[in-house]
Write a protein of this length. Structure first.
Length: 453
């Protein structure tokens, strides 16, 4: 009898304190043995020689919009999950919008879950939405198995997913606290962003910089402060998504000190791109909240280095090319959302590890361990440890590549990073013991349909 299905030999395991040379034995989708500095004893059906590779706990992307069912022409579970696997991500949390129907009741949940079980090449969880119409349906969403709830404090850009007014937030947060779940929030002020945008549009000021000015940092800060008050009042756990500035992070750090149960996420694009890049690249780099200055980028890195940023999520939110272009230079009209599912770790390694001395431990924490802990998946996920799911990314740190459109598995080969050089390449992605990605290719899996893209 073979002891293992798979043994990974000679790799450098990225542990929580330090990296160590170790070997990993996998059976039935789980890590059942790890040795330090000595070869694993026993045989396996398959072996991987990971000499020269760093073994990360499989990354968890807490924030993707795969838009299926309903807007599969924008992305899709198959294409989206392939792109994640290529980037070392083994589990994602899909947002309750822009799929149609949105995931705001058990029916919407079931429709999406059926598709994801058939098509996803990685593991996944689904967010439920909190909208003004469904406060009484949050419990059925919990029973369906949502990882948590997501609300917008300003319009989402999607007609079927309304943003939460203050009354909805307070009632919804009371209910979510009662259910013991967590609320993820897109925090921008509706009043500030709508009035500022209306002013710009009236004056015909429609450039990238005008768009950025219509969504200032203070509008995020105002929304976060208000939300934190509701969190304090209701006891609801909250997670602020896509913070664009260290000033937002500071508010959360202060709230943590006061005992509020809050965490914060930022995205690779806020750590690597500026509003000037948006002016240069056009709608491909449009997002909400918008890109900021290079000083803000550096301040966010500091916050990450200080351990003040809990989670990095991609906020992959693509749209068809027509919606990501602008013939007349009107940046207000283009779709807001950056395609980043495949490149998160690449950005963190090149811009963080190589350029700013951010340790691999910090990167693994923000991209795997912390999300697993925050959303109740640890230690099943988020750790290279005996008993954990065999979700792993094998990275060649020194190897560099220049990103080409051809490398992207997205439905639409869009990325603000095409032409950028990255040091650090994901070679192999393993999900629950199965090799799903190896050296540029997705490997066929028994449980996923091979559907043409
Ligand atoms: N409807 C969306 O997908 N919106 C997303 N768009 C961005 N971030 O520009 C988001 O997460 O807010
Ligand atoms: Zn958002
Ligand atoms: Zn989003």
């Amino acid at each position: 009898m073979l002891l293992y299905d798979l043994i990974i030999r000679n790799g450098m395991v990225v542990g929580p304190e330090a990296s160590f040379t170790g070997e990993i034995g996998i059976k039935n989708g789980k890590i059942i043995k790890i040795t330090r500095d000595i070869p694993i004893e026993g045989k396996a059906k398959e072996e991987i020689d990971a000499i020269g590779l760093h073994i990360f706990p499989g990354l968890i992307d807490t924030h993707v919009h795969f838009n299926e069912p309903g807007r599969t022409d924008w992305e899709g579970i198959l294409t989206g999950s392939k792109s994640l696997a290529a980037g070392g991500v083994t589990t994602y949390f899909d947002m309750p919008l822009n799929s149609n129907p949105p995931t705001i009741d058990a029916y919407g949940f079931r429709l999406k879950q059926e598709q994801a079980i058939k098509k996803s090449v990685t593991d996944f969880r689904l967010w439920g939405g909190l909208v003004p119409e469904n406060v009484q349906l949050l419990e059925e969403l919990i029973q369906s198995g949502v990882i948590g709830f997501k609300a917008f404090m300003s319009p989402s850009g999607i007609d079927e997913f309304h943003h939460s007014d203050d009354a909805t937030l307070m009632a919804g947060m009371g209910e979510i606290a009662r259910l013991g779940s967590i609320l993820a929030v897109h925090a921008e002020s509706t009043v500030m962003t709508e009035l500022l945008a209306a002013g710009k549009i009236k004056e015909g000021k429609l450039s990238a910089l005008d768009y950025c000015e219509s969504r200032p940092i203070i509008s995020e800060m105002e929304a976060v402060r208000r939300l934190l008050s509701y969190a304090e009042l209701t006891g609801c756990k909250v997670h602020i998504v896509h913070a664009s500035s260290s000033k937002v992070v500071e508010l959360i750090t202060e709230a943590k000190k006061k005992g509020i149960d809050v965490t914060v996420e930022t995205c690779p694009h806020y750590l690597s791109l500026t509003s000037d890049d948006f002016s240069r690249l056009g709608p491909i780099a449009k997002c909400a909240p918008p890109l900021r200055s290079s000083e803000e980028v550096e301040a966010l890195w500091k916050a990450l280095a200080n351990g003040e940023i809990d989670v990095i999520g991609s906020d992959h939110s693509p749209a068809p090319p027509e919606m990501k272009s602008s013939k007349d230079g009107n940046m207000f009209a283009a779709w807001g959302g950056i395609s980043g599912a495949q490149t998160s770790l690449s950005v963190l390694l090149e811009e963080g590890y190589w350029k700013r001395n951010i340790s691999l431990q910090k990167i693994a924490a923000a991209m795997s361990t912390n999300p697993a802990k925050r959303f109740g998946l640890y230690p099943q996920k988020g750790a290279v440890a005996e008993g954990s799911d065999a979700d792993l990314a094998l990275i060649s740190l020194n190897e560099s590549f220049t990103l080409k459109a051809d490398d992207l598995f997205y439905r639409h080969a869009h990325s603000p990073y095409i032409g950028k050089m990255f040091r650090g390449k994901n070679r192999i992605t393993i999900v629950k013991g199965s090799i799903v990605y190896r050296n540029g290719e997705i490997l066929p899996q028994e449980n996923t349909e091979t559907i043409p893209q």
